[in-house]
Design a protein around this ligand. Structure first.
Ligand code: SAM
Length: 279
């Protein structure tokens, strides 16, 4: 038995035939010390409602429950995992709800609202399937209503994606994702996780990223901000007067007092917001 009185994850995987499927981005974490570390990186979970995407055999889920989460709502697409997760739910009565389905088709804000979690702190914590990680992050960062329903997001990404999320102006990874994340959140890499920590090991190092929503991000239409960053970083080696030509080029830049000979990677988030507002 493991520390939580449930079988070790290797036994769970063997018993339920959960051989990892690449198509579902399945790289499992079987070390409960590591999943506990991710749960700690999420902050205080006592009394919190946690949204988890892709619980798989339940390693991180168990760590979240052991860390005191009042409630975990987990969305898992792989039906093979549901029996194994039902055993975890039985071990923590009333605290784990597993929804079989696709996270990309889940309205998480509505899900939280329908569970009357309104009073509880909501945190999103997940070892994300890499193929949909960026898409989910962008959706969580771009709802029309702000501040969002969640107090933080603690998410596993490939190291290279994590670097793009936390990048600042001048960093070689700075681009559209960094502007979006920097606009609406404070993001930092909590720690790296080597490939051998996963079963099966992925090819690259991963990182856990912790994001806290900004209470009052600069006001701008997110779609317009996306148009500006797409144009600017689409031709990142060019001067802005060239890359932003389709959006007004020099005239647009002059309106916000930005030198047209600068390049996208030198612009702060506030300058991108100013350009989007001027559009
Ligand atoms: N949380 C487990 C862990 O840490 O060991 C598993 C993490 S594994 C990287 C990603 C998980 O996401 C898998 O269990 C996979 O089946 C699930 N998954 C993949 N695509 C999904 C989707 N569209 N919606 C919900 N879950 C998905």
């Amino acid at each position: 038995m493991s520390a939580d009185g449930l079988p070790p994850l290797r036994d769970v995987i063997a018993r339920h035939g959960l051989a990892a499927k690449k198509s579902l981005g399945q790289n499992f974490l079987l070390d409960l010390n590591l999943t506990a570390k991710i749960a700690r990186a999420a902050g205080d979970l006592a009394g919190a409602t946690v949204i988890e995407v892709g619980p798989g055999p339940g390693g991180l889920t168990r760590a979240l429950l052991m860390a005191g989460a009042a409630r975990v709502i987990a969305v898992e697409r792989d039906e093979r995992c549901l029996d194994a997760l039902a055993a975890v739910a039985a071990h923590y009565p009333g605290r784990l709800e597993v929804i079989g389905g696709d996270a990309l088709e889940t309205d998480f804000a509505a899900l939280v609202a329908s569970r009357a979690a309104g009073q509880a702190t909501v945190r999103i914590v997940a070892n994300l399937p890499y193929n949909i990680g960026t898409e989910l992050l962008v959706r969580w960062l771009t709802p029309a209503a702000w501040p969002p329903y969640y107090a933080s997001m603690t998410l596993m990404f490939q190291r290279e994606v994590a670097e793009r999320i936390v990048a600042a102006p001048g960093d070689k990874s700075y681009g559209r994702l960094g502007v979006l994340a920097g606009w609406r959140s404070e993001a930092r890499i909590a720690f790296d996780v080597p490939p051998q920590a996963f079963t099966p090991p992925p090819k690259v190092t991963s990182s856990v990223v912790h994001l806290t929503p900004r209470a009052e991000p600069l006001a701008v239409d997110v779609a317009v901000l996306a148009r500006v960053t797409e144009a600017a970083f689409g031709q990142r080696r060019k001067m802005l007067r060239q890359s932003l030509k389709p959006l007004g080029g020099e005239a647009l830049l002059a309106r916000v007092g930005i030198d047209g000979t600068r390049r996208a990677e030198t612009l702060s988030v506030a300058e991108f917001v100013a350009l989007a507002r001027a559009l």
